[in-house]
Design a protein around this ligand. Structure first.
Ligand code: GUN
Length: 280
C-alpha cells in the first residue's frame, strides 16, 4: 500500500501559513497585491483565474483583475504590463497563458519585471534558478518539492527521473531536484528505453501530457511517483499521466489526481506573491 500524498491537505497548510504572514504584514500597514491579466475568455483560463482570485481572497491578498477582450493588441497588453511594473502598490503580475495567437507570448513574459514575476517564467527567473541565485520559481515544480519535503521524502542522493522537458514544469523541476542534491535524469519523447530509465527512479515525476501512460511496468517497487498530468478520460473522469490503479500497489508513495499536484500550484503562486511583497 502506497503512502498517498495529499496535495489538498498540504496546500491548505501552506495557504494557512501564508494567511498568518499576510495578516501580520497587514497589521504593519502593508497590503500584498497581485494583478491577474486574462486576454479573451477561454473557459479553462476563466476557471484558473477564478481559482487564483479565490485563493487571494482566502489568504488576504488583494487581487486586481484585468479581463481584457480577445482583440486586445500586443501593444495594449504591453502597456498594461508597463503600468503595473511601475506601480509600487502591485507586487505580483500574472498574465494567464495561453494568450491569443496574435500576441507573442515570449514578448509578454519578457516584459514582466523579474521582481514581480510570480509565475517564475521570465528568463531572468529561469536563469537564476539554474545558477542557484534568488528568484521566483515556477509554481508547479515548486509545489512538487513542497509535497516531497512535507511528506518526509528524502531527495538528497536519490535517483530522480523527470519525464517531460517543458519550460514550465520539466526543466525547472529538474533544476529544483538537482538543487536538493538529487541525481537527475530528464526524459522526453525521443528518450530510448524509457521504461528502463524510469525503473531506476527513486522519485519519478511524470509530466508528459498523456492520460494514464505510465503503468506499473515503469515503476520500481517502493518508488515515489508524482503525477503532474490532468485530463478527462472517455467517461469524463479526471485522471493523470499515471495509471493510478496499476502503479499504486507497487509505489512507496504516490500523488492522486485530482488532489495531488494540482492544488499545490496555486498555493505556491500565493507563496511567490507573499515573497514579492516581503522583498519590496
Ligand atoms: N496557464 C496554465 N497554467 C498557467 C500558469 O501557471 N500561469 C499562467 N500565467 N498561465 C497558465
Amino acid at each position: 500500500m502506497a503512502q498517498i500524498i495529499d496535495g489538498k491537505l498540504i496546500s491548505k497548510q501552506i495557504k494557512d501559513e501564508l494567511k498568518e504572514k499576510v495578516a501580520t504584514l497587514k497589521s504593519e500597514g502593508k497590503e500584498i497585491c497581485l494583478a491577474v491579466i486574462q486576454v479573451g475568455n477561454d473557459p479553462a483560463s476563466t476557471v484558473y483565474v477564478g481559482n487564483k482570485k479565490k485563493a487571494c481572497e482566502y489568504i488576504g491578498i488583494k487581487s486586481l483583475a484585468y479581463e481584457v477582450p480577445e482583440e486586445t493588441t500586443e501593444e495594449e497588453l504591453l502597456g498594461i504590463i508597463d503600468k503595473l511594473n511601475k506601480d509600487d502598490s502591485v507586487h505580483g503580475i500574472l498574465v494567464q497563458l495561453p494568450v491569443p495567437k496574435h500576441i507573442n507570448e515570449e514578448k509578454i513574459i519578457n516584459a514582466i519585471s523579474p521582481s514581480k514575476d510570480v509565475d517564475g517564467f521570465h528568463p531572468a527567473s529561469v536563469g537564476a534558478l539554474s545558477i542557484g541565485q534568488k528568484g521566483f520559481v515556477s509554481c508547479t515544480p515548486a509545489g512538487v518539492i513542497q509535497l516531497l519535503k512535507r511528506s518526509n521524502i528524502e531527495i538528497s542522493g536519490k535517483e530522480c527521473v523527470v519525464i517531460g522537458r517543458s519550460n514550465i514544469v520539466g526543466k525547472p523541476m529538474s533544476m529544483l531536484l538537482l538543487r536538493e542534491n538529487g541525481t537527475v535524469t530528464i526524459c522526453h519523447s525521443r528518450t530510448k528505453e524509457l521504461k528502463e530509465v524510469c525503473k531506476r527512479a527513486d522519485i519519478l515525476v511524470v509530466a508528459i501530457g498523456k492520460p494514464r501512460m505510465i503503468d506499473a511496468s515503469y515503476v520500481k517497487e517502493g518508488a515515489t511517483v508524482i503525477d503532474v498530468g490532468i485530463h478527462r478520460d472517455e467517461n469524463n473522469k479526471l485522471c493523470g499521466d499515471v495509471d493510478y490503479a496499476s502503479v499504486e500497489p507497487v509505489a512507496g508513495a504516490i500523488t492522486p489526481v485530482p488532489g495531488g499536484v494540482g492544488p499545490m500550484t496555486i498555493a505556491m503562486l500565493m507563496n511567490n506573491c507573499v515573497e514579492a511583497g516581503l522583498n519590496d
